[in-house]
Design a protein around this ligand. Sequence first.
Ligand code: MG
Ligand code: MG
Length: 634
Amino acid sequence: MHRSIATVSLSGTLRQKLEAIAAAGFDGYELFENDFINFKGTAADLRRISADLGLTLDLYQPFRDFEAMPEAQFRRSLERAERKFDLMQELGAELMLCCSNTSPLAIDDPSLAAAQLRALAERASRRGLRVGFEALAWGRHTSLYGRAWNIVQRADHPNLGLILDSFHTLSLKDDPAGIAAIPGDKIFFLQMADAPLLSMDVLQWARHHRSFPAQGEFDCVGFFEQALLAGYTGPLSLEIFNDVFRETPNRRTAVDAMRSLLYLESRARQRLASAAEGPKAARAPQVLQQVALFEPPPMPRFTGFTFIEFAADAESARGLDKLFCQLGFQRIGRHRSKAVVLYRQGAINLIVNAQPDSFASGRFDLHGTSVCALGVGTDDPDQAAERATAMRSLRYDGPVGPQEIRVPAVVAPGGNLIHFVATSLGADGLYEADFVLEASPDGASAGLRSIDHVALGLAVDQLDTWVLFSRAVLGLEPGESLELADPFGLIRSRGVADAGRHIRMVLNVSLSQRTRTARTVNARGGGAVHHIALASDNIFDSVESLRANGVRFVPISDNYYDDLQTRVDLDPALLARMRSLGVLFDRSPAGDYLQAYTEGFEDGFFFEIVERIGGYDGYGALNAPARMAAQAQA
Ligand code: MG
Ligand code: MG
């Protein structure tokens, strides 16, 4: 498809925006009028810049408050339109967006609206231009695409068509199912936007909180599918008003934008191709022939986290060695030629990399002792890496020694690596070539079995980026967005996980600069691992033995347990054990969750010990404030 984006979606000057749009691989753009009004240059200059960048100007927008007006205003607006048409011709823009009238003067009369839009289209046609009519969700009389389409039909002019914008339809919970019945060539343009579900004034929602498809909670795929079923073959565009995107570096936003369109196309393609019966299945083959929808390699299937690698220097490596041994890990391997040590407990592998002049040392220089790479198990590492690069992730190829196994890796947002490890390698396959494996002494284990989840601390402008990366690249679906109270500000938290719950991550963003999460992000970089949750089959035994080993846990207030007793019906002996060990508790209809937090390493990341009982699917978010308050009072 021809991929396009509105200039309003990105930060920067108009030239910088267009350069970012071109660099991300877009075919064209929508020019938001204000961007041109404030542009230091002429229409001819902009036309030349666009041509040099290989971008087409697909849409000039918006033309406001036009239809269904009293005669005097209508006449003036026609003159206004002529000046815009002059400009469009100089710019080389062929299509103008006319959005539904929001003026209090607008008359509730679809036939008047149709007659006036017909006159506008007639003026446009004399210059070889076209007009698309878009229903704004807050339009005075026209807020639904169905009514806009009715008006376009009444106007009955070849140079007048409909413009669809997923935000306006989905924010009003209008049913997009009627779109498929509109002739595809009467849909002149398609704008896609997602958004979180919020209860607020729709205009404010639209102007500040839109996001790229797959970042919010709308069914953008379903909406897009309807346009495809209608026979639409025109540009697929993004029009995103978002306060954060207005300040995020535009190159990054543009890559996210492209990734979201590629993902949207691939999902729509999948849904159409798998339609089994009914009108959709009948129509799908023709649709898939008409438009080329992006088809990346299939989503990888993950088996779990296989390792976590820490960047350290010689001194902090000694500190980590002590901590990991206290946590019940055994030092089971040393790299043959590098300052790299492997620790293991159950299926958990922790790697400490203190090798100078390595990827890890680069991360250490930037962020201090921190996680620099995650390994995830999959049956097809090359396919996983190919999917990631098809979805515009950067592949990382480190130097490979003569006997080392090449493990495909990609760079996650924020700069850490995700390695795709072949499950066929088994427990030791990855390590036996480059590590001298030591026989593991018995008895030190604390019963920790696997990595339950990895929590990341993100900068405010990274949450949407990570949600999209998780979905499009890794196939992890987001759960609900939660707000948690730290004593010094709010934390927004969203879990992402694969369908089989083999890989779970928690994305945390501090809205305040004063929380511990914000300090982690500032010190260790956005996308830093904030804590690592290790699963035990018996948290009480594990925490008891860890405490005996000298692991320090975050002390939990007695008041927490008094309150817990009033909320949940628990065996008093169990409650007493939780209280004495600092174990927190959460219950959902599906099951229970028990958790305890260790103190941070060098005021940075920390560990969480967890036990999931039954089908509990969350992360103990209710308890996070207890932990954050305890850390603040420590
Ligand atoms: Mg729009
Ligand atoms: Mg956690």
